[in-house]
Design a protein around this ligand. Structure first.
Ligand SMILES: [Zn+2]
Length: 441
């Protein structure tokens, strides 16, 4: 009978030179370990190095090992620790389950877990969760440290805004560009020019743009200059955040994390009076226009879960004349949702967030009846009183629901879920898109 074909997988980071050493050491260790079992057959040592381990895609040897396992070339994989096998719980469990489906076991030597054993998966889940929790804590610590630094006024996020230099976390005025910023503010406020006109004139005069590679000014670039609080000396930190500590993906911070606003943080280029006048003027001028997106009921509140940009609504008219609205991400194209579904989900979230009027009324009426049973509750005047109270309550509750509907703060559209944030509620209400119901996670 052929022996058990046993492979080993190890991963080392090359941050420190002695760890390079330990790759050879680990390979030798596994070779000897396999050789020490006469009933085992050496199916190869697989090793990835130099990758800190957040993405499986880059781990060539790991992928090759999985392919070999799927091909039926391996019966058992040896590895040292749960934390070295995959990048997180989900991955670890997913891979070990796949392997088990192919009839391949995994033996975590240091953690003493064998996925072929009955309680192996249970123990693995716990181990992997602990490893992941550790990773989350590290991420929290980094965030906390960053926040303390931000409160002290250290500027995060390169590059420096147009008109400034960023040296050791400090903003200092760069005079050649600062002059352009002042000119833009004057053109907008004093000369009454629009952002398109300003952009065209700057381009015509060959003024260098904020983006090194771009020769032409755009109206968006001008608008960014006009809106940036840094020009009046203030600093808003945490404009973006990384809510997912596993993917480290940056999204626009729309209230998921507290922002830090520091007044008079650095030397201004524009006086506060002029800056505030420009902000008022921007609002005044935009109010006159009917912007394409403002037509829709919650535009500016629906965010792409993949890239953090705002989704935009597109109207189309079907052949039968009915109107059809679909929200989608124009930046990455990965998120999309039908307007009908979105409205339905908000309705469901509302019921979860605000009490449902009819349920509440029924419960309260029952309570009243019980309380008033001693008195003669069958007299017409008493019933009249209940009805009157119920009406008042119904009105109050419907008002509450309407108020909630107007306080949808943010909606994040993910492939499987839609997260709805209400004003004043910390936790979002999550809707499972496929099942069309509230999900607990
Ligand atoms: Zn997107």
């Amino acid at each position: 009978m052929a022996g058990l074909r046993v492979a080993a997988y190890c991963r080392v980071s090359t941050d420190q030179t002695d760890q390079l050493h330990s790759l050879a050491a680990q390979q030798r260790y596994f070779s000897e370990y396999i050789a020490a079992h006469p009933e085992w057959e050496d199916a190869g040592i697989w090793a990835d190095e130099g990758i800190s381990g957040t993405s499986t895609a880059k781990r060539k040897q790991f992928r090759a090992l999985m392919a070999a396992a799927e091909n039926g070339e391996i019966d058992l994989i040896l590895t040292k620790e749960v934390s070295r096998f995959a990048r997180n719980t989900v991955d670890t469990l997913e891979y070990t389950r796949k392997l088990r489906a192919w009839g391949v076991g995994v033996l975590f030597l240091n953690d003493n877990i064998d996925t072929r054993a009955g309680e192996g998966e249970f123990r693995l889940t716990i181990m992997a969760s602990v490893a992941q929790e550790e990773s989350r804590k590290t991420s929290e610590r980094v965030k906390w440290g960053q926040r303390r630094s931000m409160e002290r006024g250290v500027v995060f996020g390169a590059p420096a805004p147009y008109g400034y230099r960023l040296i050791d976390g400090m903003l200092t005025v760069r005079e050649d560009q600062a002059e352009i910023v002042r000119r833009v503010y004057d053109m907008f406020l004093e000369e009454g020019k629009g952002t398109h006109v300003i952009a065209r004139q700057l381009t015509e005069n060959s003024v260098p743009t904020p983006k090194e590679k771009r020769k032409n000014w755009s109206s968006t670039m001008v608008l960014r200059l006009l809106r940036n609080e840094k020009y009046c000396g203030d600093l808003l930190q945490k404009k973006t955040c990384t809510p997912d500590f596993l993917t480290h993906k940056k999204v626009r911070n729309c209230g998921q994390e507290e922002q830090v606003y520091l007044r008079a943080h650095h030397a201004p280029i524009i006086s506060r009076t002029q800056f505030e006048a420009v902000q008022r003027e921007l609002i005044r001028r935009s109010a006159g226009k009917t912007r394409h997106s403002a037509r829709y009921w919650c535009s500016g509140k629906v965010q792409c879960g993949a890239c953090g940009r705002m989704l935009t609504a597109r109207r189309s008219v079907r052949r039968d004349g009915s109107v059809h609205i679909r929200w989608s991400c124009r930046a990455c194209g990965r998120s999309a949702i039908q307007d009908d579904s979105l409205r339905m989900f908000i309705g469901m979230a509302l019921q979860a967030a605000a009490p449902h009027p009819e349920h509440t009324i029924r419960a309260l009426c029952a309570a009243w009846r019980a309380a008033e049973k001693q008195e003669d509750s069958r007299t017409p005047s008493c019933r009249e009183e209940w009805r009157r109270r119920a009406d008042i309550l119904r009105e109050l509750l419907y008002t509450a629901q309407t108020v909630y509907a107007q306080t949808v703060r943010l909606i994040i559209v993910h492939p499987q879920t839609v997260c709805i944030y209400f004003q004043g509620l910390c936790q979002p209400i999550n809707i499972d898109r496929r099942r069309g119901s509230i999900s607990d996670t």
